[in-house]
Design a protein around this ligand. Structure first.
Ligand code: CMP
Length: 148
């Protein structure tokens, strides 16, 4: 069965079309279905709301500012086991770890820092649902599954 996940191409990658295009190619190479795609520029309040679970972490302020610093791209992706597959394609969150243990992944090859790490992906079925609704409120996930 197909599963859905939310993927983001973060502002530092969107600012460099060669980088965002390389990420887009990774999505295609891995045979994800792209159900929705849009470019948008967050206000810092959107960033705070999306990352509320990280409130108080040492990187929170940096993350919030960075994510509202320029346009990003949001995708709804579908694939069997999409959440884990996209996380594998991205590689580890921390770029300096990713470079060593996961060359060939998006973050291992293209990430700049632990904050500017190219992409985001949902980490569970619940967060995928929350994040898809956050970016695409008109997209009805249960309706989509029923129609398949
Ligand atoms: P993301 O998958 O978007 O989820 C939370 C983000 O916080 C993460 O990717 C990074 O961009 C950012 N971040 C910055 N520093 C850290 C850190 N030390 N640990 C985890 N996430 C971090």
């Amino acid at each position: 069965p197909l599963q859905l996940t939310l993927a983001l191409i973060k502002p530092e990658a969107v600012a460099h079309p060669v980088i965002s295009e390389a990420v887009h190619q990774k999505i295609l190479e891995n045979n994800f279905l792209i159900l929705r795609r849009k470019e948008l520029h967050w206000r810092s309040t959107d960033s705070q709301r999306f990352y509320c679970e990280h409130t108080g972490r040492f990187f929170y302020q940096r993350l919030v500012e960075f994510m509202s610093s320029g346009p990003m791209q949001a995708y709804i992706l579908a694939h069997e086991d999409a959440i884990q597959l996209w996380r594998n394609v991205m590689g580890p969150t921390k770029v300096f770890r990713a470079r060593i243990v996961a060359p060939g992944t998006v973050r291992g090859d293209l990430g700049l820092t632990d904050t500017r790490n190219t992409t985001h992906g949902s980490d569970s079925v619940e967060s995928a649902h929350r994040e898809i609704t956050f970016f695409f409120p008109e997209f009805n996930t249960s309706n989509w599954y029923e129609k398949q």
